[in-house]
Design a protein around this ligand. Structure first.
Ligand SMILES: *Cc1c(COP(=O)(O)O)cnc(C)c1O
Length: 219
């Protein structure tokens, strides 16, 4: 547990996969964590953080990013279309581009604000009816629409189904990204980031294994 331990395990997983040291970006997921834990990880010099809720991130991050230049904050939670303006203002990357209406809103906001957060398209690799994300079959059409809107996603993101072996989902995401020439793969959390790295993850999203258990979600 803790930042040093997770960083060591990432380096070991990169090496085991024959990948260059530092080729995987660790997103420290700070949602619903007490401030002092996040401040400890900022003080240790970590620069990439993840959040799930626009309002929570708006309340916490402007002061921290002002105090720690070079820190970037990634949106990894579901994004409502009416929060697109705030999200483009606040985040350096958005991992949850998961539908046409959101693509249109983000494109409009990016044009208006002149800010261009990195984008990842969320793919529903398990075809789960309740889960967000573009279905694998619909990805070519969705990427074509992104191109029409002048959006250039950096890569793909997935959250494998609960209780299933994540490996087939990670390899499906890797194959889809390769087929579409997308370099980024946002996959792997506390329980499975090493497996994700073995399958080519470029961004792992690790929360509780760095910070400890979260506060219960309020809403
Ligand atoms: C909360 C969250 C994480 C981090 O989860 P941990 O199990 O605490 O590592 C990663 N990705 C997404 C999309 C999340 O919502």
């Amino acid at each position: 547990m803790g930042l040093d331990d997770i960083t060591r395990r990432i380096r070991a997983a990169e090496s085991a996969a024959g990948r260059a040291p530092g080729s995987v970006t660790l997103i420290a997921v700070s949602k619903l964590q007490p401030s002092e834990r996040v401040e400890g990880v900022l003080a240790a010099g970590h620069t990439v953080f993840g959040e799930n809720y626009v309002q929570e991130a708006q309340a916490k991050w402007p002061a921290w990013t002002a105090a720690h230049p070079g820190v970037s904050v990634h949106m990894i939670g579901p994004l409502q279309s009416n929060k697109a303006r705030a999200a483009v203002q606040l985040f350096d990357a958005i991992h949850t581009l998961d539908r046409v209406t959101l693509a249109r809103k983000l494109a409009a906001q990016m044009a208006e604000q002149g800010r261009h957060p990195q984008l990842f398209v969320q793919v529903n690799t398990g075809d789960e009816p309740q889960k967000a994300g573009i279905l694998a079959d619909e990805l070519p059409g969705f990427l074509a629409l992104c191109a029409e809107l002048s959006l250039s996603p950096e890569g793909l993101m997935c959250i494998p189904p609960d209780g299933e072996d994540p490996a087939p989902h990670f390899s499906l995401l890797r194959d889809l990204a390769r087929d579409h020439g997308l370099p980024g793969l946002s996959m792997g959390m506390s329980a499975d980031f090493e497996t994700a790295i073995a399958h080519g993850a470029t961004h792992v999203r690790v929360g509780s294994a760095i910070f400890g258990a979260r506060n219960a979600q309020g809403t």
